[in-house]
Design a protein around this ligand. Structure first.
Ligand code: DGL
Length: 236
């Protein structure tokens, strides 16, 4: 593996751009190659096999472009198949999972709400994560099947999205959640709307910065940080 290759980043669509943006901020010298698998989005209501096959296909493409690491910028693909990706390919994979731990640490009410795709919320890895980190805090989940389609059609304004966001957020508030996790990278595009719908007393947790920090650490620890001092390139 070479330190001169790009960092590959993929998602079913534009959600992972929120992570790519943070990678760019933290690592201005790195090249980034981003794949939005838009023709096959959304992943969030598909069977495991479909998500695995798409993740393999996109990773094959990224490796054919000599990427030095792959960021699975998708909670659905990470929770469904990151272990299969790690077993099959010889590059480092960095994934993203819902930020249950920071939410648990933040909650005063004792209830945290998780917004995510239907698929993420039924995976064994999400169940294991929630069990491992929740302690005395109750974890309430809310699948949001219609949200990714709305975001992919670039409907991002308060006027266009507040109704649907409220449909998912209000039940979590009614169950006592004072902290809401954006457990799908697409939802970060709606963070201001979700925060406004939830109100000022509710904390919103997203994971882009944590993932970008982890990418930085992994590249450093494996000697893969770009050594050129030029501004990094971007391809989408
Ligand atoms: N952005 C993705 C995630 O974090 C996938 C959404 C979808 O395709 O349903 O889960």
């Amino acid at each position: 593996m070479r330190d001169s290759g790009p960092i590959g980043v993929f998602d079913s669509g534009i959600g992972g751009l929120t992570i790519a943006r943070k990678i760019r901020e933290l690592m201005p010298g790195e090249d980034i190659l981003y794949v939005a698998d838009t023709g096959h989005a959304p992943y969030g209501d598909r069977p495991d096999r479909y998500i695995l096959d798409r993740s393999f296909a996109v990773t094959d493409f990224l490796l054919s472009c000599q990427v030095k690491a792959v960021v699975v910028a998708c909670n659905t693909a990470t929770t469904t198949c990151i272990s299969e990706l790690r077993a099959k390919y010889p590059v480092p994979f960095i994934g993203v999972e819902p930020g249950v731990k920071p939410a648990v640490l933040n909650s005063k009410s004792g209830v945290v709400g998780i917004l995510a795709t239907s698929k993420t919320l039924v995976t064994d890895s999400f169940a294991a994560l929630a069990k491992r980190v929740s302690g005395d805090i109750r974890v309430e989940v809310m699948p949001c099947p219609e949200l990714v389609v709305l975001i992919e059609s670039l409907k991002l304004s308060y006027e266009e999205t507040a109704g649907l966001v409220g449909k998912y957020v209000h039940p979590l508030l009614a169950r006592g959640a004072d902290t809401i996790v954006l457990g799908c990278t697409h939802y970060a595009h709606l963070a201001p709307v979700i925060a406004r719908v939830a109100g000022p007393d509710v904390s919103i947790i997203s994971t882009e910065l944590a993932v970008a920090n982890e990418v930085c650490r992994r590249l450093e620890s494996q000697g893969l940080t770009a050594t050129n001092s030029t501004t990094g390139g971007e391809e989408f």
